[in-house]
Design a protein around this ligand. Structure first.
Ligand SMILES: [Zn+2]
Length: 316
């Protein structure tokens, strides 16, 4: 036992502390841009798509942001096909998880809760696995790329809490965390930059001895159909799409921008740095996501009843 920690929130095992202060006021130039966004989005319900840029204020690095080091994430095929790579992945994930679980929502997440409470959102589609939207209190959250607080058995389909598997890994690898100084950067998928992974014992499914995998959508793996369907439904129910803190590098997120644009719905992107959706956006604002969302949450007018009420669903 190292240090006492406050009790978790129950849902995720996250520790609750006060949110980081990411609520700086926008500059004059940023405010002019944000007012254009308000003009475009006013009276419409919004589908919100969020990415790593929203969680950087919570101390979770954005591995695709402008300052991020190049990374080479493991593919699903490598994970299931190569025991050495799998061992390395689990060792790093074990260390990374202990860091990530202490992250807390920031002012951007709080602003999203406020938008939802005001009736302005049809749903939050997030590419983040950190669960910070749910920790903050958002209700209609679609964890597009999975959840870092869960582990799946690929053989019997059992679902475990990451907390429980962490205890199992600690019993299998006594003293490992203490030996490995996790002083490198830690990616949002909890893949800590450590190299001493030889001798790490990977946990098997406690029920069937099958292969365990964190509940993330890996590169080379498809997003489960139900999550895709719910995400399209959130966009279809909305009068506009707001993207916050995603560079839209992967198609799993970009397709919703394409869908909204094709339907003639306004698309507003807030992100530091270029995104793959910029050409499809009616407005792109290059600024901090937390500040922007706070501004929108207090400035957008209430939604008009005629928008976002149609029962349409995406055909797919
Ligand atoms: Zn199993």
């Amino acid at each position: 036992m190292t240090q006492p920690v406050p009790p978790g929130t129950g849902l995720t095992g996250f520790v609750t502390r006060e949110a980081a202060d990411a609520s700086a006021d926008p500059t004059e130039a940023e405010r002019r841009q944000l007012d254009k966004a308000v003009e475009l989005l006013a009276g419409r319900k919004l589908a919100l798509l969020t990415g790593a840029g929203l969680s950087t204020d919570s101390g979770i690095p954005d591995y695709r942001g402008p300052d991020a080091p190049p990374r080479n994430p493991m593919t699903y095929q490598q994970f299931v096909g190569d025991p050495v790579l799998r061992q390395r992945y689990w060792a790093r994930n074990h260390v990374g998880w202990h860091h990530l679980r202490h992250a807390v929502p920031n002012a951007g997440h709080e602003a999203v809760v406020h938008l939802e409470e005001r009736g302005l959102l049809t749903g939050v589609i997030t590419q983040n696995v950190d669960r910070l939207h749910s920790d903050a209190g958002s209700i209609r959250v679609i964890d597009l790329h999975g959840r870092f607080d869960r582990v799946l058995c690929l053989s019997c389909g059992a679902v475990y809490t990451r907390e429980g598997i962490a205890r199992l890994l600690e019993r299998l690898n006594p003293g490992y965390l203490e030996r490995v100084a996790a002083d490198g950067d830690i990616a949002p998928d909890a893949d800590a930059e450590i190299t001493d992974t030889e001798g790490f014992t990977v946990a098997d499914c406690p029920v069937c001895d099958g292969m365990l995998k964190p509940d993330f959508v890996y590169f080379g793996e498809n997003v489960p159909k139900e999550r895709v369907r719910l995400s399209y439904a959130a966009v279809d129910d909305a009068g506009a799409l707001l993207v916050a803190g995603s560079s839209l590098t992967v198609m799993s997120g970009l397709r919703f921008v394409r869908h909204a644009a094709k339907e003639g719905k306004p698309v507003v992107i807030i992100n530091r740095g270029q995104t793959r959706g910029d050409a499809l956006a009616d407005l792109k604002i290059d600024m901090g996501v937390g500040t922007a969302l706070q501004y929108l949450a207090r400035t957008l007018p209430d939604p008009a009843p005629q928008y976002g009420q149609h029962p349409g669903r995406h055909a797919d």
